[in-house]
Ligand binder design. Structure first.
Ligand SMILES: Nc1ncnc2c1ncn2[C@@H]1O[C@H](COP(=O)(O)OP(=O)(O)OP(=O)(O)O)[C@@H](O)[C@H]1O
Ligand SMILES: [Mg+2]
Length: 252
């Protein structure tokens, strides 16, 4: 593989006494799209959320091992978590725009980061909305409430909001599972268009989606990464029996 942006090494995660991630080793390619697949409850979301330390909010969670972002282990106590989440953004399953205008949603992170120059904010709002394939649809409605957009538009707005702070990595947890097929294909097109510029990791239950967008795919089962490789290899010639059965649709 090319350059590794994030290198997960011997990662274990416990919620209380229950071990949910087991000795995960995974290299996330820079500028690539990596899919995490596997049956419900196998730990996909838990792994994804580890990558920007979302479990910090959970007093029961205990992580050991390393998650190297470039040269820094983000699990180290000296990590500035606010700074980390600026570098590693997240898009959730259910679109969650803030209850404010379309423009303010995109500007939110910029303002928090200290950008107050109005023309520059405006320029970047447009740029992010264009990058998110939303500009054509909302350019006349920037001051409308984001909650009045359709679900698919809201999800593209959440992606616009994520890229507005110029992260290096974007994490998506089943970003299309609440959307219709047309909105889904727009999000897939969007994710593909952000390839190379950002490193992206997507959790999906949709086997076709993984094959359409992902360069690499990791198959997880009961908290372990069973098999990881180029997407085509995982789907066309899986090496592990469990992977074979899962991608053939026999369980999950
Ligand atoms: N906060 C928590 N406390 C205790 N256990 C948890 C917590 N969050 C998740 N788990 C457990 O961790 C395991 C993995 O959950 P996770 O949500 O990562 O699965 P998933 O692969 O994303 O599943 P799905 O496809 O249904 O979203 C499950 O057994 C779940 O019950
Ligand atoms: Mg999940």
């Amino acid at each position: 593989m090319e350059k590794i942006k994030m290198d997960i090494q011997a990662l274990d995660l416990f919620f209380g006494k229950k071990q949910v991630l087991k000795n995960i080793h995974l290299g996330i390619g820079a500028g690539k799209i990596t899919a995490l697949i596997g049956p419900s409850g196998c730990g996909k979301s838990t792994l994804l959320r580890s990558l920007n330390r979302m479990h910090d909010l959970h007093p029961d969670a205990r992580l050991t091992g390393k998650i190297m972002l470039d040269d820094h282990n983000i699990l180290h106590g000296n990590t500035n978590v606010v700074h980390l989440r600026r570098r590693v953004g997240m898009v959730f399953q259910k679109p969650n725009p803030f209850p404010m205008t379309v423009a303010d949603n995109v500007a939110y992170g910029m303002k928090i980061n200290g950008l107050h120059d109005k023309p520059e904010v405006r320029r970047r709002i447009e740029q992010c909305l264009r990058s998110s394939f939303l500009w054509e649809e909302v350019s006349g409605e920037l001051d409308k409430s984001a909650l009045d957009l359709s679900g698919g538009q809201q999800q593209r707005l959440c992606i616009a909001r994520a890229i507005a702070v110029e992260p290096e990595i974007i994490l998506y947890d089943e970003p299309c599972s609440a959307l219709d097929p047309i909105s889904t294909s727009k999000i897939e097109e969007l994710i593909l268009s952000l390839r190379e510029k950002f490193t992206q990791v997507i959790v999906t239950h949709n086997m076709q989606q993984a094959q359409r967008v992902a360069d690499y795919t990791a198959f997880m089962y009961l908290g372990e990464v069973i098999e990881f490789g180029e997407t085509q290899q995982i789907f066309q010639s899986p090496r592990h029996e469990l992977t074979k059965n899962y991608v053939a649709g026999h369980f999950g």
